[in-house]
Design a protein around this ligand. Structure first.
Ligand SMILES: [Zn+2]
Length: 397
């Protein structure tokens, strides 16, 4: 006879109709010791994520060097100074050697990953939990990379999307929160994951295209070549500026993210006072490129010229966001995609108002997408279910 699984284990999800879960194994899975163990594992993985968050956007290898080091004094940390949460608290957020402050992000990521693993354990039975662990791990990593560097590593989302699709193919009922206990074939799982990915990718891609149409890349064309030059900051604003036809544009207004570039077409480009043959010049936040030549901005003495056209890129959203939402959809299905879009915009608006950020500067959107997806995983799907069933549209759930 089958026991009522939710009663013995306290999982939020009723998997009792699912032939896949063995009651005895579930009882073991739900022992508090398992929870403690998974919390500790989550914190350790969080500690590794801190390394990945620091190294990946800087183009450093995650494996080499193997041991963690202090970003300030570069001293390698012995194992006892590398205990998740404990080390940060004992050393009061300072490096043991050089006393340089260690960002509170290290503590937050370790604790957050541990707590999310704990929540996944409470929420999902064992095999589903494996996929849930993978998803929360990637959500945390990408959120913090995006928050700090305004970039989403697309190779991460691609690899994780493939894993999600393979997971759905082999265990079609995993993470299908809206149809728990239903019968699923491998083909159902595959369809669901691929449709989820496509919905996620296509919807944000469309938003970006619409955004480009209205906000656009700002392009200025001039009948007569106009004078432009780089200029040090003046007055209260100490940033570097570019003066184009007497209009000053500051560096922070030009370069939101590492990939942004300013393209100048024209003639008579002078670098450090010397004329060059260049007609096209690309300026990025830290360097200038024409043809094969590349110069660090910090090393330049002067840069000026005449231009007939200037293209200033303006994107409302990073190009990695559709990939990120696609990945979320591959795990959680197309319904979760719409839920995540709706909720993440709400979160972003609230954050913009509370933090007074985002006005004039685009907010990194990745963390809000992650927050939306987590809301879905840990209860949002119930709201969706209740809402559409109340409307009599149970086919949408
Ligand atoms: Zn140090």
């Amino acid at each position: 006879m089958r026991l009522q699984i939710p009663e013995i284990c306290g999982n939020f999800i009723d998997f009792s109709h699912d032939r896949f879960y063995d009651v005895d194994v579930l009882a073991q899975w739900n022992s508090p010791l398992m929870g403690v163990g998974l919390f500790v594992i989550g914190c350790c993985i969080g500690s590794f994520l801190n390394v990945a968050i620091y190294r990946i956007p800087r183009g450093l290898s995650v494996n080499e060097p193997k041991r963690s080091f202090c970003p300030h004094c570069k001293k390698t940390l012995p194992a006892w100074q590398n205990i998740p949460i404990v080390t940060w608290l004992l050393q009061r957020g300072k490096c043991h050697h050089c006393q340089a402050p260690i960002t509170v992000r290290y503590l937050i990521v370790e604790l957050l990953t541990g707590l999310l693993y704990l929540a996944c354990w409470r929420m999902f039975p064992q095999v589903s939990a494996l996929l849930a662990f993978l998803l929360v791990t990637v959500l945390v990593t990408i959120s913090f990379i995006d928050a700090e560097h305004q970039v989403i590593p697309i190779h991460w989302t691609t690899v994780t999307s493939v894993l999600a699709i393979l997971g759905a193919l082999s265990q079609p009922h995993l993470l299908d929160l809206l149809n728990q206990g239903g019968m699923h074939s491998a083909l159902d799982g595959l369809k669901r994951a691929v449709l989820g990915w496509f919905t996620g990718f296509a919807s944000l891609w469309l938003v970006i295209q619409i955004g480009k149409f209205f906000l656009g890349r700002k392009k200025m064309e001039f009948d007569e070549p106009v004078q432009w030059k780089l200029q040090e900051g003046f007055g209260e604003n100490e940033q570097l500026h570019i003066m184009i036809d007497d209009e000053a544009i500051s560096w922070d207004d030009l370069f939101f993210r590492d990939t942004d570039r300013l393209i100048l077409k024209g003639h008579g480009i002078k670098l450090n006072g010397k004329s060059t043959k260049a007609t096209d010049l690309v300026i990025e936040r830290t360097c200038v490129t024409y043809g094969e030549n590349r110069f660090e901005i910090a090393a330049l003495k002067s840069l000026e010229g005449k231009a007939t056209s200037v293209v200033i890129p303006r994107e409302a959203m990073g190009s990695g966001d559709p990939h990120f939402l696609g990945m979320i959809g591959a795990f959680l299905g197309w319904q979760a995609v719409f839920f995540t879009i709706f909720l993440s915009s709400l979160y972003a608006i609230v954050a913009a108002i509370l933090g007074r950020v985002g006005f004039g500067r685009p907010l990194p959107y990745g963390p809000f997408l992650a927050l939306g997806a987590l809301t879905w995983m840990f209860g949002g799907w119930k709201t969706w279910l209740a809402y559409f069933q109340a409307l009599g549209l149970s086919s949408l759930s």
